[in-house]
Design a protein around this ligand. Structure first.
Ligand SMILES: C[S@@+](CC[C@H](N)C(=O)[O-])C[C@H]1O[C@@H](n2cnc3c(N)ncnc32)[C@H](O)[C@@H]1O
Length: 264
């Protein structure tokens, strides 16, 4: 059932992502807005076979669980069957491409679980600072949810060298508290993959969207998940229909994923 969604409150931001913004040479006027690559450019590779293969290799480097074991078979089967014609995207293929292209200085993630998505970022931007929010719900989706020490070791195993901060607890309390304590912080890359209820996901989005730097990317998972049909409405209402973003959506297979680049 659709509800009246909360809306984010944006303030003007002076924070730009260097990896996606043009700086005019000295003496030149800034004719265009600074962002150079939007969803068309950055989305070109996320569903290609070469990226799916990178996601498969990353999954092989992480400690397995029931979901990643399934995923490795799914990736391998699709690549065998459809070869270079296969178009498939998920949170991992998207984050591999965005982290590679943007080289984010910092990353915020709501919903970490075993560190799979954070590892995708770390594998491409090993020095990126990370603020990782989770309440470590036990037995999440029927699998163990071991917490920060496990995630730290997974990140280390793929060569992460940056500073990861874990902010434990319910995001509806921890995000507002974190931003109140860090009133000027902006992020180059953000993933929202925590509370999957319609209002809960919308609230996380409202908390983080105003903290996305210009030229940065917001990733929203599960926009075609059969158990969470409302998430696509949250994505469409809060991001796709907002002119301040250029958005990419993949809903063809798997659970779906979207990302958006902040233009202004
Ligand atoms: C779908 S999993 C995250 C998966 C991860 N991004 C990945 O790619 O493997 C969702 C996580 O969000 C956490 N979570 C759910 N509701 C939350 C809330 N309100 N606050 C903080 N974390 C939450 C759960 O504990 C779980 O670890």
């Amino acid at each position: 059932m659709s509800v009246n969604l909360p809306r984010p409150t944006y303030t003007k931001t002076a924070s730009h992502v260097p990896g996606n913004c043009h700086t005019p040479s000295s003496g030149q006027a800034a004719w265009y807005p600074p962002v150079m690559a939007g969803a068309d450019t950055l989305g070109a590779k996320v569903s290609r076979a070469e990226t799916i293969l990178q996601a498969l290799v990353l999954m092989q480097r992480l400690s397995p669980d029931a979901y990643t074991t399934y995923l490795k078979d799914f990736y391998s089967h699709g690549l065998e069957r459809f070869e270079s014609h296969w178009r498939y995207a998920d949170i991992v293929t998207v984050l591999l491409c965005l982290a590679d292209a943007l080289q984010p200085r910092n990353y915020l993630e709501v919903g970490v679980r075993r560190g799979r998505s954070a590892a995708a970022v770390a594998s491409k931007a090993p020095s990126c600072a990370m603020a990782l929010f989770d309440m470590w719900q036990p037995d999440y989706a029927g699998m163990e949810n071991p917490g920060p020490a496990f995630v730290t070791s997974e990140l280390k195993s793929i060569g992460y060298q940056g500073q990861a901060s874990f902010i434990d607890g319910n995001s509806h309390q921890t995000l507002p508290r974190f931003f109140a304590q860090n009133p000027n912080v902006m992020f180059d890359l953000i993933t929202v993959d925590g509370d999957h209820s319609e209002l809960g996901a919308a609230q996380d989005m409202c908390d983080v969207l105003p903290r996305l730097a210009v030229g940065g990317a917001l990733v929203f998972d599960d926009i075609s998940h059969p158990l969470h049909p409302e998430l696509n409405g949250v994505w469409q209402t809060l991001v796709v229909s907002d002119d301040r973003f250029s958005a990419f959506s993949y809903r063809e297979a798997g659970y779906g994923v979207g990302f958006a680049i902040r233009k202004y």
